[in-house]
Design a protein around this ligand. Structure first.
Ligand code: 5GP
Ligand code: MG
Length: 205
């Protein structure tokens, strides 16, 4: 049986938790000339990565090859790190760097700034993307992987903006869908700032 002081402490604790929660959801940050507000707290990101990792494990567990996890620098570094911790089959991490965004909008042209860091000929590749927006980057990636002789390529993205995505490329693993707004945090940047933020923030219009 709970005694009166314990009940009192329980409610104080609940109130403090509520207060913490408000602080998280009300948090605002400024990067250069723009203000952002918290949109997706780390706990929700982590749960979404758990779910997507489970699907990948179901598809790859017991495989006899060593699939390649292709980390698309720089935006996917945090997602790749969190995802690979949860994968239960042998895999190799390879990187490449593609650029298309300047400030808060896409230039429409995707450039490969760093080529693939290993030979992927005859290998199954899982592309690890931070976010799929117009889809230009993954179309370019699929082309590169085919040219480089991958036996198969799948796309895994932390985030998808369904209203912006206009391509036919199949998105094999999508952790979360978000509205068509500019976001930063968890690897994603605004002019190279904000990648280190643990939560995801959205531009405060
Ligand atoms: P896409 O080629 O699909 O239009 O865009 C893909 C790349 O653009 C992503 O990998 C990411 O680097 C960048 N990007 C797209 N949307 C956003 C966004 O809302 N915030 C940030 N920081 N980068 C984005
Ligand atoms: Mg990216």
């Amino acid at each position: 049986m709970l005694k009166q002081p314990q009940i009192f402490l329980f409610f104080i604790n609940r109130l403090l938790n509520l207060y913490d929660f408000r602080q998280i959801t009300m948090n605002r940050i400024t990067l250069k000339d723009k203000t952002f507000k918290t949109s997706i707290p780390y706990e929700r990101i982590s749960e979404a990565i758990d779910a997507v990792a489970e699907k990948i494990n179901q598809d790859f567990n017991g495989c006899e090859d060593i699939p390649v996890l292709l980390c698309v620098l720089n935006g996917s570094i945090m997602f790749t790190a969190e995802l690979m911790k949860r994968l239960t089959f042998n895999c190799q991490v390879v990187s490449t760097k593609l650029t298309s965004y300047v400030g808060t909008s896409t230039t429409g042209t995707v450039k490969q700034a760093i080529g693939l860091t290993a030979d992927i000929t005859g290998r199954r590749v899982i592309v690890i993307e931070d976010i799929v927006d117009s889809g230009n980057t993954i179309v370019e990636l699929k082309k590169i992987l085919e040219e480089k002789g991958a036996s198969e390529s799948r796309i895994c993205t932390l985030l998808l903006k369904p209203d912006a995505y206009k391509k036919d490329v199949k998105l094999d693993y999508v952790a979360m869908e978000i509205p068509n707004d500019f976001i930063v945090g968890f690897g994603l940047d605004y002019d190279e700032l904000g990648r280190n933020l643990k939560d995801i923030y959205v531009l405060d219009k």
